[in-house]
Design a protein. Sequence first.
Length: 147
Amino acid sequence: MCNGRVGPYPLGPFLCRLNEKKLRRATVPSTMSAFDDENIEVAPDRAAELIRAGEVQLIDVREPYEVQAGRLAGSRHVELERLASQADSIGRDQPVLFYCRLGARSGMAANAFRRAGYEAYSLTGGIAAWHAGGLPLEPADGHVADH
């Protein structure tokens, strides 16, 4: 039963449904993990390394107009409100790195997916921190849209 929260984040009914699926966890031994520790947040520079190495599934949980303004190369767009219905299309064989504008929405997604058994992470500071750190956006003239 969903209590309506994951850590400090309130959940809507869509993320509660995801958590209630009780899907079997695909475990990855810690020695095989692409991440340094079990923290949910991944700094932009570390995320860039993992993305370049193909070690994560990169999922953008922002709204369509935000994605059109600028996005991370290789990311898949799944709006936060549609995430629960798309959960089965997200593989368990590779860690999932969610991102949004500032990290709140991706933090909710990562927490919910972890509770559902995924190895899930959130980009620290979101795409705003990524861009502020000089990391590239698509298209080349992309920008971070206001939410």
